[in-house]
Design a protein around this ligand. Structure first.
Ligand code: 13P
Length: 245
């Protein structure tokens, strides 16, 4: 499967100028650039090769809800991908029920969904149960919706590895990703060729270890995506060494 690399800028940078500069520097094939909402339009105009992604979306169709951004608004702005259920949003109080509504609303609007799952701590047996439970709840009703595998991407991001400088071991990440793929293929979902990415302290230095595993279809990169030089090195490891652009 072709690899995919997503730059999740989170709540960065502080100015529009820097955002446009970063978008231009990360405008590479096989990449999704996900800036904060306020920079989406300008970043989108700076992209020729990369796709535009959003970091979140409202769970409902357009109606009077102060401060929310609907899936249709994102779609009409040229957004192709939306990150849903990031652990940083879950920590702010997003429940699996809300995430499920977001997944469905975004898919209905024609967006590709990058659903984030991942456990707060190990051991592995507990981890598998934790992630299984998240997937069952977050993807409930997808079979009925006849969602296509190509519209869904899963990002496996162990919470303890995010922003800590301590990534998962590529072998364990690959084991979890194979497990996630098995769950997605089961009768209850029937989602066959879904890309599953790894996220959590990916850097230029450690990225090749993840990309060389065939089970790992790419990465969701946070901190390292704020440094264009570093991000371009990760891209080189992902596509020049281990994937097709
Ligand atoms: P870091 O790469 O900064 O650990 O963040 C990972 C992440 O949360 C991407 O969504």
């Amino acid at each position: 499967m072709n690899k995919l690399l997503i730059a999740n800028w989170k709540m960065n940078p502080e100015t529009l100028r820097e955002a446009v500069r970063l978008a231009r520097a990360e405008d590479l094939s096989g990449v999704v650039v996900a800036p904060p909402f306020v920079y989406l339009e300008s970043a989108g105009k700076a992209l020729r090769n990369a796709h535009l992604g959003a970091q979140d979306v409202s769970l409902s169709e357009p109606r009077a809800v102060t401060g929310e951004i609907s899936p249709v608004m994102l779609k009409n702005l040229g957004v192709k991908f939306v990150i849903v259920g990031h652990s940083e949003r879950r920590a702010l109080g997003e429940t699996d029920e809300m995430i499920n509504k977001k997944v469905i609303a975004a898919l209905k609007a024609g967006l590709k969904v990058v659903l984030c799952v991942g456990e707060p701590s190990r051991p592995m047996t507990r981890t598998k149960n934790y992630v299984k439970n998240q997937l069952e709840k977050d993807l409930a009703g997808l079979l009925k919706l006849k969602a296509k595998s190509s519209k869904l991407i899963i990002a496996y991001e162990p919470v303890w590895a995010i922003g800590t400088g301590t990534p998962d071991n590529p072998k364990t990440a690959a084991e979890m990703i194979s497990y996630i793929k098995k769950l997605l293929k089961a009768k209850s979902l029937k989602l066959k060729a879904v890309k599953v990415l790894y996220g959590g302290s990916v850097t230029a230095k450690n990225s090749a270890g993840f990309f060389k595993r065939p089970e790992i279809d790419g990465a969701l990169v946070g901190g390292a995506s704020l440094n264009a030089k570093e991000f371009r090195k990760i891209w080189g490891n992902c596509f020049i060494k281990y994937g097709r652009v």
